[in-house]
Each structure stands twice: as C-alpha cells, then as structure tokens.
Design a protein around this ligand. Structure first.
Ligand SMILES: Cc1ncc(COP(=O)(O)O)c(C=O)c1O
Length: 397
C-alpha cells in the first residue's frame, strides 16, 4: 500500500501548516490600542506618520496611504490619466486587482506573456503588445521579485509610456540597488494579512513625481483639496475646501496605519527570515530534477512574499491537481498563484480567450505555492521539503 496520506498513509505532519500567516506581536497590539484610546480613529497623525515612514523606507518623495492595494492601483491608474480608449499592458499572472484597476477607469487591459523562468512580464513580451493606444504598463513584482526594470524602462521611454509597479508582493525588495517605491513612476503597496507587512487592510501609492502625487492625493480623498496652492477660488477661511474632480473615499484609518507602522519596524527581521527560508528551499530543491524554482532577474535583492514550486510534469506520472491534493493530505497548505486573469468568466465575457499567453498558461498548469511566512520554523519548513520529496519519489516516472 502507498504511504501517501492521500491514499491512507500517515501524513508528514499532524497539524496543518498554512501557506501564509500574519505575525502580530505585543508591540502591534499596543500600537493599535493606543490609537483606540486616542482622539483620532481616522484622519489623524498616524496616517502621515506611515506615509513619511514609507517614503524613508523606499526613497520615494511622496506617499498616500489608502484603504487597500486595489484602491492604490485604482488611484494610480486615475492619476496616470487612464481612460476609455487607452490600453494598459499588464501580466496575466497576478491577482485580478492589477487589471481590474484598468477596467475601473474604462481602459483596456492588454496581457503580455510572462518569462518562462521569472514568471514576470519582460521587455520583449511587452514590446510585442505596444500599439499607438498604449498609455501605461502595470508591471507586477510577482512573489516579491522585481521585473527587469532596466529593460521595461527602455520600452517606456521609447514609446512614452507611464510605468506603474504593482508592488503588493514586494515591499522591502530592491532592484539594482534602488528600493521598490523609487523605481516606477507610480508604485502601489498592499498590506493584506498574507503580505510581508500587514495593516489588516491597507495600501499606499508612492511616486517621485510632484504632479502625479497631487493627483493621487486628490483621487484618494474625494477629489477634495484644502491646499491653498491648489484652490481655484479664493478661500480666506480655514473651513474652505474645494472638490475639483470626482474622487473616492479611499482613506486608511489611524488604527490600520498604527499597525502598519509597528509592522514596518520589524521589516528587517521579516525580510531576513523570508530570505533565509527561500535559501533553504532553493538549496533543498536544487537536488530534485522533477521540480523547478523561480529564477530572478539580474540585480534583484528580493524579499519573497510567495515561494513557487513548479513541477516538471513530463517526469512525473501525476498531474498538478493530484500533487496538490497529495500535499494537502500531508497537511501542507499549498496554494496556487495565479489562475491567468483572462481565464476568468468575466474576462472571457469581455472577449479575452484562452491560449493568449502560452508561458503564463504553462506556468499555471504546473505551479504550486509552498508555505512561506515569518513565523514558520525550520521544522515546519523541513516538513514541507519532506512532503515534496515523498511525493516526487512516489510519482517519479
Ligand atoms: C499582485 C496584487 N495586486 C493587488 C492586490 C490587491 O491588494 P488588496 O488585497 O490589498 O486590495 C493583491 C492582493 O492580493 C495582489 O496580490
């Protein structure tokens, strides 16, 4: 009889290990509690404190905290002036929010294929998608690893495109010495609980461009300004403000900002541990010819949010689903990131068709996300590695 837990054998571990988990300590709880006892639950001092902290972390000149990473992408697209008739090139291997933001503005997402080793869009596949209607690129730092930004920048300069970096996965990462947040024209963060830094919900938009920064701020705050330099009419009373465009209430609360600030203080620790876990996985898997690990572009200094294992299915007598189910049965909470966005029924209803991006689809069919989070112990990780080895041995051709 098989020793696989899927077929009745003993699982590698007794308790289930999830693929990601937030790390909350006493300092975080105290930081949130202090805000709850203060005068400001929202629109208070913690918001600008967080914005300042994110600017000093990334070197960006401007930061606007917003309610989540999706709102960050939406206001980034609005600030970029994306509207009906504009095409925006992005990746299909991402959470739907990256391309939904384009649709919110009436623009058209154009999916470039990913590189088969880095799983991110690259200058060649982007270049193939550029038309006279292309206005911007939304590059996604999938798993936390940066894209080839030197190459992508060159494409942007050649065709006068704006670069938006969806950095929901990549806080703390740097590319050729430049921190994420200072690379693109606009960068967006998410502070969802599975991310490296959490605020429960939260996000931010960063830029070095003064004009874009003002537009981001306006769109995220109802289109309302009190800035005397921006007012169109004379306002000589301090109650005076103006709505100048149609914006949104995308405020992040002081409660969330306090949590994010407290988490940010631990970023170095979080980053070091994530890097160590990635090193241990890479080391273990390089001995196994049936699996592939992600390659990073030259010049990456990555804080990994996700760890992806790809199966060489031609060397295994199982499909990804059976491998995935067998890992779950071993009590290893694997996941899959991501289903190509244009495969979803909604995108199909817009006219996108399967077969559009062959590398992305091949990647999806063979990939699996392994547990990776700060609070994971070496023993937890050893269980994951043992489970992968156990399954590969069983399913090996
Ligand atoms: C790549 C990517 N972009 C955008 C988002 C949206 O972030 P949020 O969940 O904070 O709205 C996510 C979140 O999962 C993401 O993974």
């Amino acid at each position: 009889m098989s020793n696989l837990a899927l077929y009745g054998g003993k699982p590698v571990r007794a308790a289930r290990l999830s693929y990601g988990h937030q790390y909350i300590d006493r300092d975080d709880i105290q930081a949130v509690t202090e805000v709850l006892k203060s005068d400001f639950l929202t629109c208070g001092p913690k918001v600008s404190e967080l914005e300042t902290a994110l600017c000093s972390l990334t070197g960006a000149a401007h930061c606007t905290a917003v309610s989540n990473g999706t709102a960050a992408l939406h206001v980034a697209c609005l600030a970029a002036g994306i509207g009906p008739g504009d095409e925006v090139i992005t990746t299909p291997i991402t959470f739907a929010a990256s391309s939904n933001a384009i649709l919110y503005c009436g623009g058209t997402p154009v999916f470039a294929d990913v590189d088969s080793k880095t799983y991110t869009i690259n200058p060649e596949t982007i270049e193939r998608c550029v038309t006279e209607r292309t206005k911007a690129i939304i590059a996604v730092d999938f798993t936390g690893a940066p894209c080839d930004y030197n190459g992508i920048r060159a494409v942007c300069e050649k065709h006068r495109l704006l670069l938006i970096e969806d950095a929901a996965h990549s806080i703390g990462t740097a590319y050729r010495g430049t921190p994420v947040g200072s690379i693109a024209d606009l960068t967006t963060f998410s502070f969802h609980p599975v991310k490296t830094i959490t605020a429960g919900e939260g996000g931010a938009v960063l830029t070095n461009d003064d004009t874009l920064a003002k537009r981001v701020e306006l769109f995220a705050r109802h289109g309302i300004t009190r800035d005397p330099a921006l007012l169109q009419a004379q306002g000589n009373s301090n109650w005076y403000y103006e709505q100048q465009m149609l914006g949104y209430n995308y405020r992040m609360t002081d409660i969330q900002c306090a949590l994010a600030l407290s988490q940010l203080k631990k970023l170095d620790r979080f980053a070091a541990r994530r890097k160590e876990l990635v090193r241990r996985y890479d080391e273990a898997f390089k001995e196994i010819p049936e699996v592939i690990v992600q390659t990073e572009v030259e010049g990456s200094d990555t804080v990994r949010h996700l760890y992806i294992l790809r199966l060489k299915l031609d060397r295994l007598n199982c499909g990804r689903k059976e491998f995935y189910d067998a890992m779950q049965a071993e009590n290893i909470g694997v996941n899959v990131h991501y289903i190509p966005v244009y495969w979803f029924p909604y995108y199909q209803s817009l006219g996108y068709r399967k077969g559009l991006c062959s590398n992305a689809e091949a990647y999806y069919e063979s990939s699996m996300t392994l547990p990776l989070f700060y609070g994971m112990t070496d023993e937890d990780q050893d269980d994951v590695i043992r489970a992968v080895k156990k399954l590969v041995e069983y399913f090996r051709n």
